[in-house]
Ligand binder design. Structure first.
Ligand code: UDP
Ligand code: MG
Length: 318
């Protein structure tokens, strides 16, 4: 009988880093241990490696990555010329890996590194995409938890396919990465793009921990920017809502106009200054809001047509 043996895949773990001086040593040790464990059990190829993407850090992060590159054969480093944000840093990493499978994980290791082994198993079982899904929110503030949950719900309602409670901890096969890279858009929200690929996928659940060193690089401003990016780059529903609101209000205005004419004909013409002012303010507000939302989309189109590079590499240690 012929025995079919699956080739051992070469794994690359991509870690975007922005000012992660405090976290880097821990992250390096733990992820190298994960690689060693998986090599030992013969689940991944010997040449599997870590790829740290320095997203234009202003602290010693890049110096630490360069040192690790010198010290260990399974470490590579990619330095972006400026800070482009988590999503683009991750994209740069995905665009430059050479591997059979890759796992993306944040440098603060809030995501459980032991899940990586399970992700590889899921890949070997035939999945091209394996989502890490958190089963708890205890590591976050009540505010972050609630806003994230409402945001996921809103996105689903607006027709964006997204895995709930999944951030950017996931495994992608080489062909899934290739497919993802063919989405040639400037405004990227990976969580929304990956499910569009459509290859066979599965979820693995884990418990998310607190950040053990350094502070969050996602303050409220960046969180809102990511949410807005996700919403407007994947859904045109807000434009439709505006059109519908405009339509409804116009309909009511017509009815109100008929009512006003009838009142006038009867002779009940008591001019209502306040109601007129309310109407002006209300319609003015709706119009401003509508123009704002439309402007947001036009801004997106403007960014897209420029076709600017998503990132610029300063150095690649490979
Ligand atoms: N990050 C990045 N560029 C940025 C901001 C963050 O590459 O402009 C990286 C950061 O180093 C970390 C990951 O993105 O590896 C997630 O950031 P963080 O843990 O601060 O986010 P949070 O878990 O608080 O949402
Ligand atoms: Mg974090």
């Amino acid at each position: 009988m012929i025995e079919y043996q699956q080739e051992v895949p070469l794994l690359a773990i991509i870690v975007p880093c922005y000012n992660e001086r405090d976290m880097f040593p821990v992250c390096l040790t733990q992820l190298r241990a994960v690689l060693a464990g998986l090599r030992e059990t013969n689940k991944i190829a010997d040449k599997s490696y870590l790829l740290f993407v320095d997203d234009g850090s202003r602290d010693e992060t890049w110096a630490m990555i360069a040192q690790a590159y010198k010290d260990y054969p399974d470490v590579r480093g990619l330095k972006l010329a400026s800070n482009r944000g988590h999503q683009r840093a991750l994209w740069a990493g995905l665009d430059n890996v050479e591997c059979d499978i890759c796992v993306s994980i944040d440098a603060d290791l809030q995501d459980d590194v032991h899940v990586i082994g399970q992700m590889v198993d899921a890949y070997l079982a035939g999945n091209d995409i394996v989502y890490g899904v958190r089963d708890n929110w205890t590591s976050d503030t009540l505010f972050k938890r609630k806003t994230a949950q409402y945001f996921y719900k809103l996105m689903t309602r607006l027709g964006v396919k997204q895995i709930e409670n999944h951030a950017d901890f996931r495994l992608l096969s080489a062909r899934a990465v290739k497919a993802l890279m063919s989405y040639d858009e400037e405004n990227i929200y990976l969580r929304g793009l990956v499910p569009l690929i459509g290859y066979c996928s599965t979820n693995i659940y884990y418990t998310r921990k607190c950040r053990s060193a350094g502070e969050s690089k996602y303050p409220l401003k960046k969180m809102l920017a990511l949410a807005l990016e996700g919403l407007t780059s994947l859904s045109i529903m807000p434009l439709r809502v505006i059109a519908l609101t405009g339509f409804t209000i116009s309909l009511f205005s017509c009815l109100a106009a008929v009512y006003a004419v009838i009142e006038k004909l009867i002779g009940n013409t008591v001019e209502g200054w306040s109601s007129m002012m309310i109407a002006i303010f209300f319609l003015g507000g709706i119009q401003m809001l509508s123009i704002g939302v439309i402007g947001e989309y036009i801004g997106k189109i403007y960014m897209e047509v420029k076709h600017r590079p998503k990132y610029i590499i300063e150095k690649y240690l490979q």
